[in-house]
Write a protein that binds this ligand. Structure first.
Ligand SMILES: C[S@@+](CC[C@H](N)C(=O)[O-])C[C@H]1O[C@@H](n2cnc3c(N)ncnc32)[C@H](O)[C@@H]1O
Length: 272
């Protein structure tokens, strides 16, 4: 298959960061995530992945476990709502649909036009996947979601790139439009957002993602819980991975709210 040269702006480029780490993990015999399509994608994309993002095992395992946390929540939703709808906001080159597909789910992808063009070029056609080339901040995308269906919205690796007011407005729109439904999302802790804004956040390999804008602390959790039609907000447990850090330290830490708030976490907001 022909290789594809990819050049994206700083925020869309972060989709290559997360894709790369899932693929690094998926290549391992003792992987925590099965994702042959991600491996195939990074083989086709012309991009200096290792030079730009490194290939550290710890970060790759963590990115893969985070994706699995989303996968598990989506599978729970599909088992209760076969044939209903998942809306993946800021989906980048996630191959989640192929990991969790139950043969019935209707899947709506929303991302910026340059990213949707790339998805169309690189990913196999899928007859239940509708793609919307738009900013999630243009709430017109909500009318592309099929009516008379239960909806699970996902925002994996997205909300930290939006301004706090934009995040709250997006959640308010989802809660109003998709109740009873839910939003699964991940959140960077507020202290790490501050550090990234001062230019002080780099991965071990030296990669600095674009500065984050929105993060979570106790006050922000309170504000989210108070949004109209947000019935509950709860952190999800990170699946267990290999070795001490991912095998028990982080999974245990995510059960203790005060510790969990210091780390990146995956949460679910239920609408009612
Ligand atoms: C870190 S990547 C995450 C991609 C994918 N969800 C994953 O986990 O691999 C961030 C994604 O959010 C998308 N994004 C950022 N701002 C957006 C916006 N305003 N509207 C739609 N997508 C946006 C980017 O284009 C990119 O695909």
């Amino acid at each position: 298959m022909a290789s594809v040269d990819v050049s994206l702006g700083p925020v869309p480029e972060t989709l290559l960061w997360t894709l790369w780490h899932r693929a690094v993990e998926a290549r391992r015999p003792d992987r925590v995530l099965d994702d042959p399509l991600a491996v195939e994608l990074v083989e086709r994309i012309e991009f200096p992945f290792v030079e730009r993002f490194g290939d550290g095992e710890r970060l790759s395992q963590w990115q893969a476990l985070r994706a699995r946390c989303f996968d598990d929540e989506i599978r729970r939703f599909l088992s209760r709502h076969p044939g209903d709808t998942v809306v993946a906001l800021g989906e980048g080159l996630e191959t989640q649909l192929w990991r969790v597909d139950d043969g019935r789910v209707r899947w709506v992808t929303v991302d910026l036009p340059e990213v949707i063009a790339l998805r169309r070029e690189l990913l196999p056609l899928h007859d239940r996947n509708r793609m919307i080339a738009a900013s999630v901040l243009d709430h017109a995308w909500t009318s592309a979601v099929p009516p008379n269906t239960d909806v699970l919205v996902t925002a994996q690796g997205l909300l930290m790139y939006l301004a706090p007011g934009e995040v709250r407005e997006l959640i308010t729109v989802c809660a109003d439009r998709f109740r009873p439904g839910a939003l699964v999302f991940d959140a960077v802790p507020r202290w790490l957002v501050e550090r990234s804004r001062r230019g002080g956040f780099r991965t071990q390999s030296g990669y600095a993602p674009p500065a984050w804008s929105w993060g979570l602390d106790r006050g922000e959790e309170r504000r989210l819980r108070a949004l109209p039609h947000v019935a509950s907000l709860a952190a999800l447990r990170l699946p267990r991975g290999r070795r001490a850090v991912h095998g028990w330290v982080l999974p245990l830490a995510t059960r203790v709210p005060a510790v969990r708030r210091r780390l990146l976490s995956v949460l679910v907001a239920r609408f009612g």
